[in-house]
Design a protein around this ligand. Structure first.
Ligand SMILES: [Fe+2]
Length: 252
């Protein structure tokens, strides 16, 4: 784990080495826990279940605006082989930086993208204010609801395609809003490294940034499967992501 109050406190060689050796790194202190807990409260208040769309909805253009959907099962827009299918139950709320700030997360997302760009050696505001050479920052909220929210073990192939093409290091950044023990009792993120499963969620607190290599196997264990599911709420595991997306990805 790296503890730092600001980006300049971090040794980038050490950061890269930790990800190479362990497959992930946790950074604590860049966002204050209290600040993120407050934002989570506002997010839950401004959340509306009626904005949900279907699993398979949300084209390239639609998700470049505020767009909310529940993803269930393995169905996807791209035709996949059985072994490549990803099974999940989660809610995605796309909330691009140029869209109306309906969850009061603008400042958090801007800083989160800025930090990602610094870690990856890009200009601080790269691909955040506008699409740059077809690349934009897909700032979004992910919810794994109590009552079985999960994602099966996978590699981030779509993002990897984007990143390989553009020679971006294939790191994924997660900003943890919720916290195991507070918002849910069981489940959450894990990664596979050298055939060993590491249950990452138990190390994470609200405000922590988890960076992991998206080309290694990872997934989300079922969140509180004994709980009755209530999709009208934004409960369970709530995280922010900011992956680079390409405006149009060619089919194979
Ligand atoms: Fe993933």
């Amino acid at each position: 784990m790296i503890i730092a109050k600001k980006f300049s406190d971090i040794n980038l060689n050490n950061f890269n080495k930790l990800i190479q050796n362990n497959g992930y790194v946790i950074i604590r202190g860049l966002f204050k826990k209290k600040e993120i807990r407050e934002h989570l409260k506002i997010l839950r208040k401004n959340f509306r279940a009626k904005r949900d769309n279907s699993s398979n909805s949300g084209g390239h253009r639609e998700i470049m605006k505020n767009y909310q959907k529940i993803c269930v099962g393995s169905s996807s827009k791209i035709q996949l082989k059985e072994k490549d299918k990803i099974y999940r139950l989660h809610r995605i709320i796309y909330n691009p930086i140029w869209s109306p700030d309906i969850y009061n997360l603008r400042s958090i997302f801007k800083k989160f993208c800025g930090l990602r760009n610094q870690f990856l050696n890009y200009r601080y505001d790269y691909a955040t204010k506008k699409v740059e050479k077809k690349i934009w920052s897909a700032t979004r909220i992910l919810q794994y609801p109590k009552g079985g929210g999960h994602m099966s073990c996978h590699k981030d192939f779509v993002v990897s395609k984007v990143n390989k093409k553009n020679k971006i290091k294939f790191y994924q950044f997660i900003l943890n809003m919720s916290q195991l023990g507070k918002d849910f009792k069981k489940g959450g993120a894990y990664i596979k490294k050298n055939k060993k499963i590491i249950y990452l969620e138990k190390f994470l607190k609200s405000g922590d940034i988890l960076v992991y290599n998206g080309s290694s196997d990872h997934g989300v264990y079922e969140v509180d499967p004994n709980h009755k599911i209530e999709m009208s709420k934004l409960n369970g595991r709530v995280i922010l992501m900011n992956s680079f997306y390409q405006t149009k990805i060619k089919k194979n």
